[in-house]
Design a protein around this ligand. Structure first.
Ligand code: 5AD
Ligand code: SF4
Length: 461
């Protein structure tokens, strides 16, 4: 059935492509939010290009402007409405199609606001109807009417959509959609629906194909990758082991796992692999057991720390990155100090820090003990200061070591220099020949410069 639905959309692609013949039309896409959204945008672009639209890097000459929205925090809303103000002016002078899709469109109060205050938007589509973009565009063009294509029931897992990847060495592969966790601050389960995993063979075939095309680095994506369920007892650890066997793929990453699902079989699969990155992202959110409970995270401070120890025991060279929210409702000074304590103990390589943002419809939004903005900002600054203090200390341990890096390109500031990233995601700058771009090489780290490391590619095996 899903295959029929995709076939139907392929027919719409042909219809729009016929309508567009000879018109040299251009699209511009703005993607907000996480890597899952970026991966969705690669599919949207795949469809647009098959419909005859060419990319325009500048919004001013686009015939179709598409925004793929995020709603995890409030600032994405400000960004969307600001952009729509600009697009209104363009639309007054030119006939441009404006399409808005993604997470924010699953929120009723947002689509109501669009209808009332931004009636010039042509197409609104949600997270479960992304694959219907061709049909929506066809309807907007031929019937000259506004299209709202948002459904509340979970989308299916659609395979075989066209895709245009934004990078030709590193690729993202979504392995599961949706989330069942309902962390009390988070809007994702409401806008992306319940968990749905892709079939193992579909994922593995996609990665084998990427390897054939020369891709070296794969990131497995999902809201909660380690609750992946491929059926018949096939779990995330099985998938990691099978991806690991694919020849040609040299670096494997995954985001995001949930600490409560970080089982020993997953740790063993990572320990046994020479390809899986030694930078593991393990979202903490808060270091306070009390706050974690109200967040509905299902682990305590001690359980988080013992998970980190269990991983370090089996993978001594591992380093960690994390997500932390400050200013969750009811967070006391003492709670916040528990967060600082975990940061000191784990010594994270990278921290994605967020100020708690109220999301309509979530449990935490209905709590009365919201934290004043000023306190949230002060705590955020204290966390940031602690993190930055550690950056150079963390960098020092790389100096003098040999690191495997994927060479990504020339340095923006100096053509003679190349840039790449270590397995642990540190930027490395070094002198080298352009021919190295796209390969993985071993490199000696000679110095650290806070935001990057300097390497020397001579004498390395
Ligand atoms: N406010 C602030 N940060 C949030 N995140 C999710 N929801 C919120 C919110 N309401 C953060 C979490 C999550 C990351 C993707 O975004 O840290 O891991
Ligand atoms: Fe949101 Fe929690 Fe699901 Fe992550 S695991 S998407 S934070 S509800």
């Amino acid at each position: 059935m899903e295959a029929n639905e995709i076939q139907e959309q392929k027919e719409y692609i042909n219809k729009v492509s016929n309508l567009n013949t000879g018109k040299k039309l251009k699209y511009h896409i703005l993607t907000m939010g996480c890597q899952l959204n970026e991966n969705d945008s690669e599919k949207l672009v795949g469809m647009l290009e098959q419909m005859g639209y060419k990319e325009s890097t500048d919004a001013s000459d686009a015939d179709l402007y598409l925004i793929n929205t995020c709603c995890v925090r409030e600032n994405a809303e400000e960004k969307l409405f600001g952009k729509l103000g600009e697009l209104k002016k363009i639309k007054e002078n030119r006939n441009i199609i404006i399409a808005i899709g993604g997470c924010m469109m699953q929120e009723e109060h947002i689509t109501q606001k669009l209808k009332k205050s931004y009636p010039f938007v042509d197409i609104i589509f949600g997270t479960h109807t992304l694959h219907k973009l061709p049909e929506d565009i066809y309807t907007a063009i031929t019937k000259n009417k506004k299209v709202k294509d948002v459904i509340d029931i979970d989308g299916k897992v659609y395979e075989g959509l066209p895709i245009k990847r934004s990078n030709n060495r590193q690729a993202s592969v979504t392995i599961m959609y949706g989330c069942n966790n309902f962390c009390s601050y988070c809007i994702v389960p409401y806008v992306r629906g319940r968990e749905r995993s892709r079939k193992p063979e579909d994922i593995l075939n996609e990665i084998k194909q990427l390897a054939k095309e020369g891709y070296k680095e794969i990131t497995l994506l999902g809201q909660n990758v380690n609750s992946y369920n491929g059926g018949e007892g096939y779990k995330f650890a099985n998938l990691l082991r099978d991806v690991d066997k694919i020849e040609g793929i040299e670096i494997i990453r995954f985001v995001s796992p949930h600490p409560k699902d970080f089982t020993d079989d997953v740790i063993d699969a990572i320990a046994d692999s020479r390809k899986i990155s030694r930078l593991l992202h393990v979202p903490l959110q808060s270091g306070s057991t009390e706050v974690l409970k109200v967040m509905n995270r299902k682990y305590t401070k001690e359980q988080y720390l013992s998970l980190i120890d269990r991983i370090k025991d089996k993978i001594p060279e591992v380093v960690f990155s994390t997500d932390i929210i400050v200013g969750f409702p009811g967070e006391t000074e003492e709670d916040f100090e528990h967060t600082l304590d975990v940061v000191k103990k784990v010594n994270f390589e990278q921290i994605f820090m967020f100020i708690y943002s109220r999301r309509v419809g979530t449990v935490a939004d209905r709590m009365e003990n919201q934290i004043p903005e000023e306190i949230k900002h002060k705590r955020f600054d204290r966390l940031k200061a602690l993190y930055e203090e550690n950056i150079e200390k963390n960098n020092e341990k790389y100096v003098g070591t040999n690191q495997k890096i994927l060479v990504e390109g020339q340095s923006k500031n100096n053509e003679k220099m190349l840039t790449g990233r270590t397995d642990t995601n540190k930027v490395v700058i070094f002198e080298g020949d352009k021919e190295l771009i796209g390969t993985t090489i071993n490199i000696k780290i000679v110095s650290q410069h806070r935001w990057y490391l300097k390497g020397d590619s001579r004498d390395c095996p």
